[in-house]
Design a protein around this ligand. Structure first.
Ligand SMILES: [Zn+2]
Length: 592
C-alpha cells in the first residue's frame, strides 16, 4: 500500500516525523549507547527490551520482535491502518496529503467499500433511533427490563431496534441516495429477482423485529449487524453474511472497544454479544465475542494484538464446554497463551456478573488448559473402581505429557492422591506417551511455546548469516567504504536485496517499510538497527571482520566440496580440483 503515496512525499513525511519524538509520546525512553530504551508497549515486560534507533529511524523489541519504522509504530500503538497512520503523522508534521497516484481499479473498490461503510453507519443510526420510538418499544423493553441494560450501555454499544415492517430501513436508505445494489451488497436488504421478465423486483429488509447489535471494527467502521429475535422466530441470532467489508472469520464483536482499552493484561472471549454488553455494563473491560461462528485461527491472532493472554469465558452448558476444548486447541496451535474462566454453579458470564458483579469476576478461578482438560476428564471418569482409576491415570498422562516439568509437577501430586499410583509410576506412564505429533487424541503442543519470549519462533542464525546481517547494518550507517563488500558476500535473496537497495541509496526506514510481510519486517528491522559501535573507525574494523569471516566461511565450504569430490575425479578434472584447492588454501591464509 505504501506505493500509493509518492515516494518523495513519504521520505519527507519520515524526515519530519522523528521516531524518538513520536515514540516518546507513548513510552518513556532512556538513552543508553546509541539507542533509546523503554518498556515495550506491545507486550508485558519489567525490563526494557524495546529499543528506538534515532539514527536509522527504527524501533525494535528484542522481546516480542515487534519492529518497523515510525509509521508501523503508529499503526501498532494506535491500531490504525497504514493510510490512517500516514494521515495522523502528516497532520502532526503539518503536511498536506499528497495527490494519490492513480489506480482506477483500486479507487473503484475503495469507493464501493466506502459506500458500504456509509450505508451500514446510516443503518446503525436508524436502528438506534428506532429503539426510542414507538416502533422499538418492544425491543427497548427487552433490553432494559429482561436483560437489565442501562441506557448508558445501550448507547455505548449503539444497540438498536429493527422495526417489524418489511422495508422500513430499505426505504429510508433509498431516500438517502443509496442504491438497491449497494444495500444488497452490504447485506442490509434482500433483493428477490422475479422469475418472469414482467415480474416486479421484490426487496425487503434483512433484519426485521429484532434487537440490533452493530458490529464495529477496530477502525470504528460499522461493518455488519447481529440481530436477536424477540419471539420464537429462528434463528435466535441472525448475522450479516460476508460482504466486501465483513468477514465473520476475521473479526470479533466489540473490536472497537478493545482497541480503546489500553494496557489490558488479558482479553475475555465470550460466546454471545449480550454477554459482552452485560459484562461491560458491570465494568468488566476487554471483553469480546466471536461473530456467530466457532473460533478461527485468524481471530486467535487478532486477539493477541490486544493483550498478552486470552481468557475463555464460555457458557457452562455442554455446547459451551466443547467449544472450550476446540478453542484451547486453536489458541495453543497459534501460540497464544490462553486460560479458562471457571464460572461456578454452571452460570454463564451474564448470569454470573449479575450475581457477583465485576469484583466477583476479577476473583474468578482461572484454569490452565491442562487443568481444564484434567477436570473434564475427572468428571467423566469413575474413580471409585480400580479400572476407572487406571483409565483415568492413562488419559491424564496423555494430558500431562506435553507440559513443562513445573506445571506437570503441580498436577502429578493430586493425580497421585486421586489414583493411588505413585509419582514415579505416573512419570513412567507420561514418558511412555508418544510425542503428540503421532497421535490425534492429545492436543498438540503449541507451535510457538511462549510467543513473547526472546528468540521465540526463530530458527537459530548461523555465525555466517550473523556476519552478513551485521555487515548490512554497518553499511546502512553510511559510514563504511562501499567497496570493501560485494554482492556475492550475501548468501540469501533477502539479504542480497537489502544490500542492493542500500547501495541504491534507500534509507533503512524506507527499506523496512517496503518489507513484504510482518516476519520480513521484523527481520529487516533487526538487521538494520544501528550497530553498537563507538565511532567510524570501529565500524570499519567491524565491517572488515565481517567480510573476512564471510569470505573465509565461503572458501572453507568450497574446499570441503572439493575434497569430497576429488576421490571420484580423475585425470584433468582431478588435477584442476587439486589446483583450486591449493589456491583456496593460500587465500585462506589471508583471512586467518
Ligand atoms: Zn515487545
Amino acid at each position: 500500500m505504501a506505493s500509493r503515496y509518492p515516494s518523495a512525499w513519504m521520505d519527507e513525511l519520515r524526515s519530519r516525523s522523528d521516531i524518538v519524538q513520536v515514540v516518546s509520546g507513548y513510552v518513556s525512553l532512556k538513552k543508553n549507547g546509541r539507542k533509546h530504551w523503554g518498556l515495550c508497549p506491545f507486550h508485558g515486560e519489567k525490563t526494557a527490551s524495546f529499543s528506538v534507533d534515532g539514527e536509522h529511524q527504527l524501533f525494535y523489541c528484542f522481546g516480542c520482535k515487534a519492529g518497523g519504522d515510525v509509521i508501523h509504530f503508529v499503526m501498532e500503538i494506535e491500531r490504525l491502518s497504514f493510510p490512517e497512520a500516514v494521515q495522523l503523522l502528516a497532520e502532526r508534521a503539518h503536511m498536506a496529503m499528497p495527490e494519490m497516484e492513480n489506480d482506477a481499479d483500486y479507487e473503484m473498490r475503495r469507493s464501493r467499500r466506502e459506500r458500504m461503510y456509509a450505508a451500514n453507519r446510516e443503518a446503525a443510526r436508524f436502528y438506534h433511533e428506532m429503539l426510542f420510538r414507538p416502533e422499538g418499544r418492544e425491543v427497548l423493553s427487552y433490553l432494559r427490563d429482561r436483560r437489565g441494560l442501562s441506557d448508558g450501555v445501550i448507547r455505548k454499544f449503539g444497540l438498536g431496534a429493527a422495526p417489524e415492517e418489511w422495508s422500513r430501513l430499505t426505504d429510508h436508505l433509498l431516500n438517502q441516495g443509496f442504491t438497491l445494489e449497494e444495500l444488497a451488497g452490504a447485506g442490509l436488504t434482500v433483493v428477490k429477482t422475479p422469475e418472469t421478465d414482467s415480474g416486479k423486483i421484490h426487496s425487503f429488509d434483512m433484519f426485521r423485529h429484532r434487537a440490533m447489535f452493530p458490529i464495529i471494527d477496530m477502525y470504528k467502521n460499522v461493518i455488519a449487524f447481529g440481530g436477536r429475535n424477540l419471539d420464537k422466530q429462528e434463528p435466535k441470532y441472525l448475522n450479516t453474511a460476508d460482504t466486501p467489508v465483513f468477514n465473520k472469520r476475521k473479526g470479533v464483536y466489540a473490536a472497537n472497544l478493545l482497541r480503546q482499552q489500553r494496557h489490558l493484561d488479558r482479553v475475555v472471549l465470550v460466546e454471545g454479544y449480550m454477554d459482552v454488553v452485560s459484562l461491560a455494563q458491570f465494568g468488566v473491560e476487554g471483553v469480546c465475542a466471536t461473530l456467530g461462528t466457532a473460533l478461527t485461527p485468524e481471530q486467535a491472532q487478532l486477539l493477541r494484538r490486544f493483550a498478552p493472554m486470552v481468557y475463555l469465558g464460555y457458557d457452562g452448558d455442554s455446547a459451551g464446554q466443547n467449544a472450550i476444548l476446540r478453542g484451547l486447541e486453536i489458541f495453543e496451535k497459534e501460540g497464544v497463551p490462553v486460560r479458562v474462566l471457571d464460572f461456578p454453579d454452571g452460570l454463564d458470564p451474564d448470569e454470573f456478573v449479575r450475581r457477583d458483579g465485576a469484583e466477583g469476576f476479577r476473583k474468578l478461578p482461572v484454569l490452565t488448559p491442562a487443568a481444564y482438560r484434567l477436570r473434564r476428564l475427572r468428571a467423566e471418569s469413575d474413580l471409585s473402581s480400580p479400572d476407572g482409576r487406571i483409565a483415568f491415570a492413562r488419559e491424564a498422562a496423555r494430558i500431562l505429557a506435553p507440559l513443562d516439568p513445573v506445571e506437570r509437577e503441580t498436577h502429578l501430586r493430586s493425580l497421585s492422591v486421586e489414583t493411588g499410583f505413585s509419582r514415579e509410576i505416573l512419570m513412567e506412564q507420561i514418558q511412555s506417551v508418544k510425542p503428540p505429533e503421532e497421535t490425534d487424541a492429545v492436543p498438540r503442543r503449541p507451535a510457538v511455546k511462549t510467543p513473547r519470549s526472546p528468540e521465540a519462533g526463530q530458527a537459530p542464525v548461523s555465525e555466517d548469516i550473523r556476519a552478513q546481517e551485521m555487515l548490512l547494518s554497518l553499511l546502512a550507517s553510511g559510514q563504511i567504504p562501499k567497496d570493501i563488500v560485494e554482492e556475492k558476500d550475501f548468501g540469501d535473496d533477502e539479504l542480497k536485496s537489502i544490500y542492493a537497495n542500500l547501495l541504491a541509496g534507500m534509507s533503512p526506514a524506507a527499506l523496512v517499510s517496503a518489507a513484504p510481510d510482518d516476519a520480513s519486517r521484523s527481520r529487516f528491522t533487526r538487521i538494520l538497527l544501528t550497530p553498537a559501535a563507538r565511532d567510524t573507525d570501529e565500524m570499519i574494523a567491524m565491517a572488515r571482520d565481517c567480510v573476512n569471516r564471510i569470505r573465509r566461511t565461503a572458501l572453507e565450504k568450497r574446499l570441503k566440496e572439493l575434497s569430497d569430490q576429488v576421490d571420484r575425479l580423475s585425470g584433468d578434472e582431478a588435477s584442476a580440483a587439486m589446483k583450486e584447492a591449493q589456491e583456496i588454501s593460500m587465500q585462506l591464509n589471508r583471512y586467518a
